[in-house]
Write a protein that binds this ligand. Structure first.
Ligand code: NAD
Length: 405
């Protein structure tokens, strides 16, 4: 169990770009970072495209007036002048801004925590990974539920062989919030359905990357060999971006998977569901009942495992924050993710390569993997929903050559 005691010497000086008053995800970042008073201090922000609203919002969060900036460029320039300047910046802005803001932060020597989908192309991810490596900086990526103790329990059970050889992977993240048309769409909805601001996908990037990354955590020993993606725009104005998609997957151990993501699943208030089936048993978890994990051994009564109970694996119990009597949810998961990223930043700053070798956190590789998966999905869907080899995404050099041509 974790109770918030310090795991790094001192809290990191932290700032935010985006995530302002009207932003959907900003509070989740603050919940994650500030839950433990020992990991981060919010010292500055450029919270909003509307500078006056962002300033007012920052004042209400208790940020000092002289550290509330009209835009990210001013934040970077002004903070660089201070001895106690910001060390790590969260980017909680629409997708199309991630790359440019990340690059600017890294060039100024700042660590970054960026939203998913990380960037538009793998080529951009590889370029940023090289820049971060050269500057000795961390790029973290926030995949919300991957810090939940029962997600780690599933991973531990697979690793121990409790399910046998994995055969079937069944993933789903759907909701119905975009079942209607976009006539009165919010700001957040408008940029999500425009390829210039969302990138090459809508729901695949918006929610599919979460499900894909979580499955990677549970199944680190399995690699995707090929996939087939079928995507639709039920609301025609969203084309070419999909509001619904199915992805079939073949893994290198012979397992097969299916994934469904949708924002037009009318009536569904939003749920993620994960089912991993092996030769002996299955586990199933949904964020609608985050405290419970269903464990089904073939031929035996169904078991419901509860978070925080001593019969769980150490990997799960170590992350538990609330104890079995109380609900463990999304905020707790975010707090774990933020803590892991803080530990990675601390270790990087101290040059502790041995710590980083074994420390698990969602870093630039996790962000890149999400974008690689999206590129493969689009390649398949746009070729008429055909099977495509997974590792055929254009390499950095190929992408650059195409641009140059
Ligand atoms: P949103 O449109 O609701 O909010 C965006 C915020 O960023 C607003 O406050 C806006 O004023 C601000 N902003 C936009 N451009 C800016 C700029 N250049 N400088 C400063 N501020 C700027 O969007 P959202 O739903 O919060 O999504 C933001 C990002 O978070 C997206 O990449 C999205 O995919 C991701 N997201 C992730 C999760 C998750 O669970 N990890 C959940 C929701 C959204």
């Amino acid at each position: 169990m974790y109770n918030g005691e310090k795991r790094i010497d001192r809290p990191l000086r932290w700032g935010m770009v985006g995530g302002g008053r009207t932003g959907q995800v900003g509070y989740k970042h603050r919940t994650g970072a500030l839950r433990d008073n020992t990991a981060y201090r919010l010292v500055c922000g450029a919270f909003d495209l509307d500078a006056a609203r962002g300033r007012d919002f920052g004042l209400n969060l208790g940020v000092a007036e002289d550290r509330l900036y009209p835009d990210y460029k001013t934040l970077i320039a002004e903070e660089a002048k201070r001895e106690d300047g910001v060390e790590v910046v969260t980017i909680a802005t629409p997708n199309f801004t991630h790359y440019q803001i990340t690059r600017a932060c890294l060039e100024a020597g700042l660590h970054v925590i960026c939203e998913k989908p990380l960037f538009f192309t793998v080529a951009e991810c590889e370029e940023i990974a090289a820049l971060a490596e050269a500057r000795g900086l961390i790029v973290g990526v926030t995949y919300g539920f991957t810090g939940h103790p029962l997600v780690r329990q599933m991973a531990a059970m697979v690793k121990k062989g409790m399910l046998g050889e994995i055969r079937l992977v069944d993933l789903r993240y759907t909701h119905g919030f975009n079942a209607g048309d976009d006539a009165n769409a919010s700001e957040a909805q408008r940029w999500r359905t425009d390829p210039r601001t969302s990138g090459p996908t809508f729901v695949l990037g918006d929610i599919g990357t979460h499900v894909h990354y979580l499955s990677e955590i549970v199944l680190p020993h399995m690699k995707i060999e090929r996939l087939l993606c079928d995507r639709q725009s039920f609301i025609r104005s969203r084309a070419p971006l999909e509001d619904n998609a199915h992805v079939l997957t073949h893994y290198d151990n012979g397992a097969v998977g299916r994934l469904w993501v949708s924002s037009v699943d009318a009536g569904n208030m939003g749920s993620q569901r994960y089912r991993f089936v092996g030769s002996k048993a299955a586990v199933e978890w949904t964020d609608s009942r985050p405290d419970q994990l269903i464990y089904e051994v073939q031929g035996e009564p169904v078991r419901i495992l509860h978070h925080g109970m001593p019969y769980l694996e150490a990997e799960s119990l170590d992350l538990d924050r609330m104890g079995a009597l109380h609900t463990e949810g999304l905020g707790d998961s975010w707090a774990n993710i933020y803590l892991w990223i803080a530990q990675a930043i601390d270790a990087k700053s101290r040059g502790d390569a041995a710590f980083l070798e074994t420390h698990h956190y969602p870093g630039i590789e996790a962000g890149t993997e999400g974008v690689r998966w999206l590129e493969a999905c689009v390649r398949s869907a746009d070729a008429g929903s055909t099977w495509v080899d997974y590792d055929q995404a254009p390499t950095r050099t190929e992408a650059t050559e195409t641009q140059d041509a």
